[in-house]
Design a protein around this ligand. Structure first.
Ligand code: HEM
Length: 392
């Protein structure tokens, strides 16, 4: 076997986070799986190896943690995202049922009303920050009300979620600064993660109702509340803000959506593909394996770069173009395999409602200043996105 392809950049550096697409392209041109000496990890960057890794959970484990830093993994191992096989199935069956499409039907009217309120507010304002005033409102209010945490937890949710995502790398300044947030979330769940402290009818309380029947101890159940906190907010918020940005950048695509409501769902998937809010997660290599021209050794880690797979021209021709009519169904923005996003139905419900509410009211979106990138090791997002809309 010839020498492994190598990408010399730091995947988690400020420059790659600020302009990731050029780095992904360079990595894909280097090889389908490349070695990152700077981060001491393999990176699957073409579509096919990413798909294969996600679909081989016995060979590429989640249960040894998804972070490159084992100090972080020691705190997170055992959550749904960080577990394998039976334990994973058991946990997922407890937290996923309440956010599957059937269970969400009853929530749809409230989500649509909340989306209308957001759309009305930003249209009345005319100019707004699409992160704080458009993208964040709905996911925060829905998740917060749905989960039913005590007030203290609600206020800190966004901070804890961002901290968790910073820690998947684990060694740079950003991740060191985030340790405190991760510990606070763990301690909060240890202290307040008791059924009597959660609101009646909320998702968190439901975990405690289901857990005993599935052999899950109360302290384990408390940590499972993470499933609704860490992965749900930044991801949905990032996508909603990028929707605004893409529609301002490609007004013709906004006109298509306004003229044909049946395109709304596909437009949202296209933005999930292009944004890929979770850039990458790692897997632990359980056995020596040769694939796509490289030899990975047992005990090494491989990053599955969903964001690069979603720009692979062999699967998505003219991949950088925003096209609301494109066939999007193969995108990996929600992952694949047994760990595929369990909150995607809720995220879609919220995002579809937001786009519909705006399509009824807005003829065009305009960038109204200089956007700022959120500097997070895992999440791709704007931290500030000045927008102006023209009302119909
Ligand atoms: C646009 C919004 C979202 C995106 C792009 C997204 C993306 C993802 C991705 C890529 C994964 C796969 C992780 C892996 O391969 O290891 C995942 C898993 C997960 N997501 Fe989401 N997510 C979104 C919204 C949500 C929401 C709203 C929730 C909860 C209410 C949620 C909860 C979860 C959970 C619990 C997992 C772990 C599933 C498992 O390990 O079986 N996500 N998400």
């Amino acid at each position: 076997m010839s020498a492994s392809p190598v990408f010399e950049g730091d995947f988690f550096s400020d420059s790659v986070i600020a302009d990731p697409l050029a780095a992904y392209r360079q990595m894909r041109e280097t090889g389908p799986i490349v070695w990152l000496p700077e981060n001491n990890v393999w990176a699957a960057v073409a579509y096919q190896p990413c798909l294969e890794i996600l679909r081989k959970p016995k060979l590429f484990l989640s249960g040894r943690g998804l972070s490159l830093n084992d100090e972080v993994n020691n705190i997170l191992i055992g959550s749904t995202l960080h577990s394998d096989a039976d334990r994973h199935r058991r946990q997922r069956s407890i937290t996923a049922t309440a956010i599957m499409p059937d269970a969400l039907t009853s929530l749809a009217p409230a989500i649509e009303r909340a989306a209308d309120d957001v759309a009305e507010a930003v249209c009345s304002a005319g100019r707004f920050d699409a992160v704080a005033e458009f993208a964040s409102i709905l996911p925060l209010s829905i998740v917060v009300d749905l989960v039913g945490l005590p007030a203290h937890g609600k206020a800190r949710m966004l901070e804890w979620a961002a901290a968790t995502f910073n820690l998947f790398e684990g060694f740079n300044e950003r991740s060191r600064a985030s340790f405190q947030g991760l510990r606070e979330l763990r301690d909060f769940l240890n202290e307040f993660g008791k059924p009597e402290k959660m609101q009646h009818g909320g998702l968190a309380r439901r975990i405690f109702d289901e857990a005993p029947g599935k052999g899950v101890a109360p302290d384990e159940a408390a940590q499972m509340i993470r499933d609704y906190i860490a992965p749900s907010l930044d991801t949905t918020i990032s996508t909603a803000a990028f929707l605004a940005w893409h529609f301002s950048d490609a007004p013709d695509q906004w006109q298509l959506v306004r003229e044909d409501e049946s395109l709304v769902a596909n437009a949202v998937e296209e933005v999930v593909r292009l944004t890929t809010p979770i850039r990458a997660f790692s897997r632990y290599v359980a056995e020596d394996v040769e694939m796509h021209g490289v030899s990975m050794k047992q005990g090494q880690r491989v990053l599955v770069v969903y964001a690069s797979a979603n720009r692979d021209e062999t699967v998505f021709p003219d991949a950088d173009r925003f096209d609301v009519t494109r066939k999007t169904h193969r995108h990996l923005g929600f992952g694949q395999g047994p760990h595929m996003c369990m909150g995607m139905h809720l995220a879609r419900l919220e995002l579809h409602a937001l786009v519909r509410a705006m399509a009824e009211r807005v003829t065009s979106w305009h960038l109204d200043g200089v956007p700022q990138t959120a500097m997070n090791n895992t999440i791709r997002a704007f931290s500030y996105l000045p927008m102006r809309v023209e009302r119909a």
